[in-house]
Design a protein around this ligand. Sequence first.
Ligand code: ADP
Ligand code: MG
Length: 244
Amino acid sequence: MIEVRQLQKSFGSLDVLKKITFAVKPGEVVAVIGPSGSGKSTMLRSLVHLEEVTGGSIYIHGKPLIENGKYAGNADIREITATMGMVFQHFNLFPHLSVRGNLELAPRTLKRGNPQEIAAKSKELLSKVGLADKADVYPSMLSGGQKQRVAIARALMLNPDILLFDEPTSALDPELTGEVLRVIRQLAEENMTMIIVTHEMSFARDVADRVFFMDNGEIAESGTPEQIFGSPRLERTRTFLNQD
Ligand code: ADP
Ligand code: MG
């Protein structure tokens, strides 16, 4: 579903991704953990072309977004990245649009179905995340947990088959994380392919098929949750896990 080879990214003289290689299978849930500044967000953003990398290859469904450092054409990039949805730490909802407006903007702009179909889909997805009664409300009226559930519903509007989450609960008060994690867990049960950058270790342990420990621009260690949390191979993984 996702294949990344020798992915490289530098900001000036700073090497943020140092030849990262990994693959994600259909239906797999990968949790990415690691210290702040290790390159987790940059890796995720590179997959959806929010960040231009400096070298390597990314294949989504076997199609190259970038191959040996050379990007595909714009039309191909749009087509490939449209199969992925992304959810950010700070929700990134449009404040001037209602909840429904937030969900319907992209499919309307991209003409994915007629207005009735799009409205039916947004209704269905708001029910799915437990916010059927919030369709006409503006984001400023919602709690952080509700905003993030709207963001997840919005990410699902274009029927992505890959969802990427960048610390989806880090901006939330602790009592609001559960409602968001429940929605993500449900998506995992429905076999959505997901990469989740998270600081919620018990959630990662619980929901992930595999865990990547990123450190200093590399996937330093990867394995099953049992391996990574139970018997980490590297000293730096142990140190990271013990500080929480
Ligand atoms: P993480 O998500 O693991 O905290 P990031 O991917 O956000 O890490 O950042 C990795 C490194 O890249 C950090 O050192 C960060 O300061 C640097 N970085 C990220 N974005 C930029 C940018 N736009 N310009 C310069 N440096 C950046
Ligand atoms: Mg980050």
